[in-house]
Design a protein around this ligand. Structure first.
Ligand SMILES: [Zn+2]
Length: 123
């Protein structure tokens, strides 16, 4: 039930990087993984592969989300501390975290998209 009708992308389909950027299914590279800003399709609309392979499947995406967020907070903190050198470290990092909030949908989506592609690439 978990496996799709087609196990590899058809000829002429987007590359892995293109399909990640466009949020496409890792197997057929045609169907959209997300149907809304935070809403995922349970299965690929094209090949019907189940995206959430097991309960708790997306806990792995949290590591990817963390790996994407930490460098952003670090760079923003560095920039803020350059502009406001008198500010405390805690204040700078707190503001950097607030600056990260508008990126939450992007981090949420791409952490899951990357996780699905990573999982399907190795498994
Ligand atoms: Zn698919």
């Amino acid at each position: 039930m978990d496996e799709p009708n087609r196990s590899s992308p058809i000829e002429g389909s987007p590359s892995r990087l293109q399909s990640i950027a466009k949020g496409l299914c890792p197997l057929c590279r045609e169907g959209q993984i997300f149907s809304g800003l935070f809403q995922m399709n349970p299965t690929c609309p094209t090949c019907e592969v189940v995206f959430e392979r097991e309960p708790g499947y997306f806990s792995g995406a949290m590591y990817i989300s963390y790996a994407m967020a930490v460098p952003i907070v670090a760079v923003v903190s560095l920039l803020i501390s350059q502009v406001f050198p008198a500010w405390s470290y805690e204040r700078v990092v707190a503001i950097a975290f607030f600056a990260l909030l508008p990126l939450t949908p992007v981090l949420f989506r791409y952490s899951r998209i990357l996780w699905i592609h990573f999982d399907r690439a190795i498994g």
